[in-house]
Design a protein around this ligand. Structure first.
Ligand SMILES: Nc1ncnc2c1ncn2[C@@H]1O[C@H](COP(=O)(O)OP(=O)(O)O)[C@@H](O)[C@H]1O
Ligand SMILES: O=C(O)C1=C[C@@H](OP(=O)(O)O)[C@@H](O)[C@H](O)C1
Ligand SMILES: [Mg+2]
Length: 169
């Protein structure tokens, strides 16, 4: 494989964590979830980090943890929705591996996130979320590859493997 790492970026509930796990399993690569790593390092949940230390602190920590993880070989790295929308982080990921934007429609995001309320950003109004979604899309679109996620996670993982194989040639 030309790439030693795959980074999954995209909006909340696009399936980065779910698809990342499937992909790592299929490739027999390591799986790292940035949100999990930050929670482990901080010894608290993302919700608690936002409440006790603030969003800016969380953003600083996720970037620091990313800077360590970009050196892992044979790894699938699922980011939190904010990292792929951070230009510095995106450039870093693009230098170190294949960056795949998992795209979810705004309606599908709302539907999927109904069940997963622990995300602090979901407290925002619908209008604010829509604005964030539109703004972030412009940056996510600079990824190497763009995949629509209206399909089963394992099929999406297979599509990413195909991209990796095509890139090898
Ligand atoms: N392709 C998909 N189709 C339908 N539901 C999905 C898909 N991928 C993920 N989900 C569901 O959406 C929710 C959020 O998934 P998750 O992987 O945590 O997203 P992310 O890490 O991008 O925020 C979960 O309930 C998950 O089961
Ligand atoms: O979009 C965001 O800014 C965030 C997304 C979350 O991760 P998921 O994208 O995995 O939900 C998590 O990092 C945090 O709640 C902030
Ligand atoms: Mg996730």
């Amino acid at each position: 494989m030309k790439f030693k790492r795959v980074f999954l970026i995209g909006f909340m509930c696009s399936g980065k964590s779910t698809i990342g796990k499937e992909l790592a399993k299929s490739l027999s690569w390591k799986f790292c979830d940035l949100d999990e790593e930050v929670q482990k390092e901080e010894g608290m949940s993302i919700k608690e980090i936002f409440e006790l230390k603030g969003e800016d602190y969380f953003r600083k920590r996720e970037l620091e943890v990313l800077k360590l993880l970009v050196l892992e070989d044979n790894a699938v790295i699922s980011t939190g929705g904010g990292l792929g929308a951070n230009k510095e982080a995106l450039e870093l990921m693009k230098r170190h591996g294949l960056v795949v934007w998992l795209d979810v429609s705004f309606d599908a995001f709302l539907q999927r996130c109904k069940d997963v309320q622990e995300r602090p950003l979901l407290k925002k109004s619908l209008g604010e979320l829509k604005k964030l979604y539109q703004e972030r899309k412009k940056i996510y679109s600079q990824a190497h590859a763009h995949i629509d996620t209206t399909d089963e996670p394992n099929k999406i993982a297979q599509r990413i493997i195909q991209i990796l194989q095509d890139e090898r040639r």
